[in-house]
Design a protein around this ligand. Sequence first.
Ligand code: UDP
Ligand code: MG
Length: 309
Amino acid sequence: MDKMLSVVLPAYNEEQMIKKTAQVVGDLLEKEQIPYELVFVNDGSKDHTWEKILELKEERAHIKGVCFSRNFGKEGAVFAGIAQAEGDCIAVMDCDLQHPPETLIKMYRLWEDGYQVIEGVKASRGRESFIHKMFAKTFYSIISDATGIDMSRASDFKLMDRQAAEEFLKLPERNVFFRALSSWVGFKTTYVEFDVQEREAGESKWSFKSLVQYAVNNITSFSAAPMQIVTFFGVVFFVFAVLLGIQSLYMYFSGHAVAGFTTVILLLLLVGSILMFSLGVIGYYIAKIYDEVKMRPRYIISEVIKSKE
Ligand code: UDP
Ligand code: MG
């Protein structure tokens, strides 16, 4: 008896894609004779995504739907989908068909060969603007340094077996960065390359602002590097202070104490701005700690549905 695959599909304003995706992915899995379920998570869409999922449940077998009370973000949707999934292995893919379904089959076969975490790796980054590419590059080099895992071509397209998924679900943090945490849990891991497809309908949910937020948020959850940088500045400035102190004392004793007005102004500005910046960085971490200790749920579910077998 083949083992069941759960496919988690987070969906935010994807009314045009739900049925198409279910058809493409479902038909392919049936053709390959892989027992499956499709777990759609409606992340508080403002369009008719949920209605489409409800209709789909009447039309097809093996459909599950989870509806959030509002938009909680993709990471929450992925988490909720994995928590609802009942398969022996669980795949996560975007529901805009940018992750090729054929790769899903490859992942499943690798899982059958005994791999526990199969990471989808982007062969190319697809069509993105220059700024987007530069930004992604900087972000991933910081994250890769912090995690010790090469994240430059990482994606959210993956397959995890039950054991790895259960460990992932045990993570207590509110801010789940799925892309990195799936490798963080460990287990026997392998990689599959895939080409990011063009989005068929609808539009990307990422604005430049949300990308910056995503980056800052995840860098601070994975790394204390920004604080270390601040400490480094502190040390550099201390050395400066000692040197300037010696110079000032020398000037004082040799009777030239009034000169150096520009230096004073520049130093004041520089030190002031670095101090402010450092406070900002520290403040950010404190805000994050505050966010975590509040222990609010990652998401709120308003409805769960399942198609009749
Ligand atoms: N998504 C989500 N919640 C959000 C934003 C996005 O569940 O708040 C889903 C979206 O429906 C899609 C996937 O996450 O299935 C990837 O989003 P998108 O296609 O906008 O990102 P891109 O492919 O441009 O990186
Ligand atoms: Mg997409």
